[in-house]
Design a protein. Structure first.
Lengths: 274, 238
């Protein structure tokens, strides 16, 4: 299938300035592909974190690849706030659209349904709404006197994630990480890295087909064993806590981040197999 | 051996969960997670415990979105929220200290708080650090408001506030906290001195009970092993 390519070509299919939807850790974060975006280097990306991000968004921000980020959090797990994200907030160098998890999920679901907007409970009185002019409050048309927040649909240019496997037809197995299905359907194009490519047709097995994203949504697939490292992949490998801790420590300063970045870019993909 | 500070908190939360049918534990919450597993054991299994980040204790099959869908339908009785700042009206701030957006100190973000605070009937605010920098007169940024005006759909909201020093209850109508108990080794004066907002205080404040021997045996035995799947470092220190 012509959707198969190498990591550099997959990253090249995500143009500068693109709106890129990425999943939360540990549900298939495409870190090996992220490194190729940094290596290029990509510029002006508009990240949509579905609904939060970890080292992926933080490293992309630190490397100067990001113009704007919509997220409900950037956290390196138990190591706390993403340090480069926090620095960007202080400096005002990246446009931050603070959200809340179900709002991003709902806007993605509106995108996959082709809806213009979607209502969501809660939110009223939160400063999130005050700082999001794109979020509106309407009166429930079916029961007046009931204010409801409405959110514009999200149609990202690209959904980028990592999955356990693809078959040679380009179908991608995602297990129960169902948010990836919504992201792929909402996005105009989907780029996926996988641990392995298998010969059998994933859609022909009725017992597993429900956990598969059909090839029609998937434009690019690249092989990337341990491609979520240092984050984990459910059922395959756990997050590398020591590596995440080293990142969180190094990224506290601009200089520390720069040396971490140099080492990360120099690491051959083979290093991720250890 | 008497109970540790952590065990007193686990015991206190387990008591709060008595009679609940369903509790969801967010990420990075080992103490509420342990308490939920204790409460489930005490209830003979009649408490559905979901621990996000755990494979063994998560029955969601529709992704992260299902947490919120389930809560919206009233299928979650109790959830835990924290905050970098919490004020006397139970407003919580998970975004940062200082003037938004260029805050002086940036925290990860609001996560699901701006939604779950509205739809989960009993939200327990849990923050171990009890200092004036956390418990402020007014939060710098409202991730989620403690109360809402009439007419706003809000079946849920703040119920209790548990800290490293004591347990407070929130009165929705009066928009105020009241001190319920002080943990062993601490005093009312210490809580007043470390709280940046006013709260009600009865003439005599009881001491938070220590977990009884059965609960302690659970924490130090099966629960430690169960929580280790999600929080290995925490379990090792129990």
């Amino acid at each position: 299938m012509d959707s198969f390519c190498d990591l550099a070509a997959l990253a090249a299919a995500i143009p500068d300035g693109a709106t890129v939807a990425v999943p939360s850790a540990p549900f298939g974060v495409a870190m090996a592909a992220t490194r190729e975006l940094v290596r290029r280097p990509a510029r002006g990306l508009r990240l949509v974190c579905v609904p939060t991000s970890s080292i992926q968004a933080d490293a992309l921000i630190g490397a100067g690849c990001v113009a704007a980020i919509e997220t409900s959090a950037v956290s390196i797990g138990e190591y706390g706030t993403g340090p480069r994200f926090a620095a960007a907030a202080r400096e005002g160098s990246v446009r931050i659209l603070d959200a809340t998890c179900p709002a991003i999920h709902a806007a993605i679901q509106a995108g996959m349904k082709g809806l213009p907007f979607i209502p969501l409970r809660g939110l009223l009185g939160s400063d999130l709404v005050a700082h999001r002019p794109d979020w509106k409050v309407i009166d429930n048309p079916f029961a007046p006197g009931d204010p409801v927040v409405v959110l514009p649909a999200l149609r990202p240019d690209v959904a980028l994630f990592h999955a356990p496997r693809a078959d040679r037809h380009g179908n991608v197995f995602i297990g129960r990480s169902r948010d990836l299905v919504n992201m792929a359907q909402a996005a105009r194009a989907t780029a996926v890295t996988v641990e392995e490519v298998v010969d059998d047709d994933l859609l022909q097995d009725p017992e597993r087909a429900g956990a598969v994203i059909p090839a029609l949504y998937v434009e690019r697939i690249a092989l990337a064993p341990r491609g979520a490292w240092p984050l984990g992949l459910p059922g395959r490998y756990a997050p590398d806590d020591a590596a995440l801790g080293r990142y969180a420590q190094a990224a506290r300063t601009r200089e520390g981040f720069a040396s971490w970045l140099a080492a990360w870019l120099a690491a051959a993909p083979a290093a991720e197999r250890t | 051996m008497s109970a540790s500070k952590t065990e007193i908190l686990i015991g206190a939360i387990a008591r709060l969960l008595e009679g609940s049918r369903s509790v969801v534990i967010g990420n990075q919450s080992p103490i509420p997670g342990s308490a939920a597993l204790v409460a489930r054991a005490l209830a003979g299994g009649a408490l559905r415990v979901t621990i996000l980040g755990s494979r063994r204790h998560t029955d969601f099959t529709n992704g992260g979105v299902e947490t919120f869908d389930r809560a919206a339908q009233g299928r979650v009785d109790v959830f835990f929220l924290g905050g970098g700042q919490i004020d006397g009206a139970a407003n919580i701030n998970l975004v940062g200290a200082g003037e938004y957006p260029r805050v002086d100190v940036r925290w990860p973000g609001s996560f699901g708080s701006a939604y779950l605070y509205f739809v989960v009937p009993r939200v327990i605010l849990f923050r171990e650090e009890h200092t004036p920098r956390v418990f402020v007169r007014k939060v710098d940024f409202v991730s989620a408001p403690g109360t809402s005006p009439p007419g706003v759909y809000r079946p849920g909201g703040p119920w209790k506030l548990l800290t490293g020093l004591g347990l407070l209850a929130f009165d929705q109508a009066r928009r105020r906290f009241a001190l319920e108990s002080v943990h062993p080794g601490h005093t009312v004066e210490e809580i007043v001195a470390n709280t940046g907002f006013e709260f009600d205080c009865p003439a005599r404040v009881p001491t938070t009970p220590e977990p009884d021997p059965r609960v302690l045996a659970l924490i130090r035995g099966p629960i430690r092993d169960e929580i280790a799947e999600t929080y290995p470092k925490f379990a090792a220190a129990l």
